[in-house]
Design a protein around this ligand. Structure first.
Ligand code: KIV
Ligand code: ZN
Length: 503
């Protein structure tokens, strides 16, 4: 079996996608989950992009032990210095340098000749190598580059010390056959390629990112770049869960394996969706709500007779929690802790206390607490940070033909704040009251509500996207069996993140 390295770029390429930005503590939480998932490399960000990006990469480098931590850098000294400064304290640091090699990028974006590109690669890869042992070189837009020229670029990178050569299909233009042939060509024409890892980085513009990456593995690639839930620029990157499960389900065909703990896949996917507020489409392969659901009678009958008739994977292998009743009103903290451990969540005492308090509130309203309810409680535990506001109580008056009013009481450290406002609906009135009492100027860009579980006492998860006049955007999430309460909680959560970022 060939061992394939999983290079996760959720926190870099993924975070570049609209609506997917994360704050520092969210990135660290996601990085720790990626470490549990067992990815080999975490691309933590693009250190030169902003002081906040630099800080995030640096903090992730300090937070994880078992993965290599990489920062992206263009082929300039300033970028490489910033990348090295951000990753140098990591147990396993990597600098990832890139330069475009297609004619169209060289002419219109870089305004560089082929010869200039070749010598810049040699010079900058060598410079990066003088700082860090582990160097990845990416030829941006490789799949639309001239193959012979591309081979010269990669040969220069290897000669200058690159340890991984990454072949991006930057605009998602290639087909699986073409990508496979390109890898075969490079293996035959790049000097020294047998001593380095061959990586691929495929975008999903034509819906072929995973198929393209798998074709490259068949042709000899040893690393794949991907993101959780396939998030990323435009139509996204190759989805980590689809790649990993394809290799896991078809070992005889791919003769390849990864170091991923597949039971952490579902949790990673949910965490990302919870942090970004971007829902997982129901029919998304591997992690969508319908991925393991059999609706038609013929299928159900087949599965009951023998699961292998229609199931090629077991949902438990991906870590999908079964939606059965597990705890109730009389369950204590120990039972909750045991259940959390069996679901793969290890919380410290303070976190457990916070989840337990909310579990008790939920158990008062909801008879049967399922694994999905518990999972939602855990995913929402991040709301409490120093200086943040907490919803204490609310009273909403709503109806047709009457003014909608909302009274909100919040606690911020020792202070209790309250206000009442009129709005066009119960949520508008609530959000206005919050804005006024906190003196904030934010716009509600979008709002969504999803049921976490089925049934009349289902808990609702609200997601709000907020923006400031300066154009910063924040995502807030909130949870409750009462949908107005979950919406107010989501709004307060979004504002807490805004205040944290500007503290
Ligand atoms: O898509 C791309 O080409 C990239 C590179 C920077 C690797 O993200
Ligand atoms: Zn990319």
């Amino acid at each position: 079996m060939k061992r394939i390295k999983i290079f996760d770029t959720t926190l870099r390429d993924g975070e570049q996608s609209p609506g997917c930005s994360m704050n520092l503590s969210e990135k660290i939480e996601m990085a720790r989950q990626l470490e549990k998932l067992g990815v080999d490399i975490i691309e933590a960000g693009f250190a030169i992009a902003s002081p906040m990006d630099h800080k995030s990469v640096q903090s992730i480098a300090a937070a994880v032990n078992n993965c290599t931590v990489a920062s992206l850098a263009r082929c300039t000294r300033g970028d490489i210095d910033a990348a090295w400064d951000a990753v140098k304290e990591a147990k396993h640091p990597r600098i990832h340098v890139f330069l475009a090699t297609s004619d169209i990028h060289m002419e219109y974006k870089l305004q560089m000749t082929r010869e200039q590109v070749l010598s810049r690669i040699s010079e900058m890869v060598a410079y990066a190598k003088s700082l860090c042992e582990d160097i990845e070189f990416s030829a941006e837009d490789a799949s639309r580059s001239d193959w012979a020229f591309l081979a010269r670029c990669y040969s220069n990178a290897v000669a200058a010390g690159a340890t991984t050569l990454n072949v991006p299909d930057t605009v998602g233009y290639s087909t699986p056959q073409e990508m496979g042939e390109l890898i075969t060509y490079l293996r035959a024409n790049v000097t020294g390629i047998e001593n380095v890892d061959i990586s691929v980085h495929c975008h999903n513009d034509l819906g072929m990112a995973v198929a393209n990456s798998l074709a490259c593995i068949k042709a000899g690639a040893t690393q794949v770049e991907c993101t959780v839930n396939g998030i990323g620029e435009r139509a996204g990157n190759a989805s980590l869960e689809e790649l990993v499960m394809a290799l896991h389900t078809r070992p005889g065909y791919y003769e390849a394996e990864t170091g991923i703990n597949t039971r952490q896949i579902y949790r990673s996917s949910k965490l990302l969706s919870n942090i970004t507020g971007v829902p997982i489409p129901p029919s998304k392969a591997i992690v969508g709500a319908n991925a393991f659901a059999h609706e038609s009678g013929i299928h159900q009958h087949g599965v009951l007779a023998n699961a292998l008739t229609y199931e090629i994977m077991n949902s438990a292998d991906v870590g999908v929690p079964q939606n059965t009743m597990v705890l109730g009103k009389h369950s204590g903290k120990h039972a909750l802790r045991d259940k959390l451990i069996s679901m793969g969540y290890e919380l410290d005492d303070q976190e457990l206390e916070a989840v337990f308090t909310r579990f008790k509130v939920m158990a008062d309203k909801k008879k049967n607490i399922t694994r999905k309810d518990i999972e939602a409680l855990v995913l929402h535990r991040r709301n409490v940070t120093i200086g943040s506001c907490r919803l204490m109580s609310h009273v909403v008056n709503t109806g047709a033909g009457v003014p909608n009013t909302s009274f909100i009481r919040l606690q911020r450290e020792e202070d209790v704040l309250e206000d009442v406002a009129i709005g066009s609906g119960p949520l508008d009135a609530s959000f206005k009251a919050i804005n006024r009492m906190l003196g904030v100027d934010v716009r509600l860009d979008s709002f969504s509500l999803n049921a976490v579980t089925d049934g009349e006492d289902a808990i609702g998860e609200a997601v709000v996207k907020l923006s400031t006049p300066e154009g910063e955007t924040y995502t807030g999430t909130g949870l409750s069996t009462d949908i107005i309460e979950s919406s107010i909680r989501a709004y307060v959560n979004g504002i807490n993140k805004m205040m944290e970022a500007n503290a």
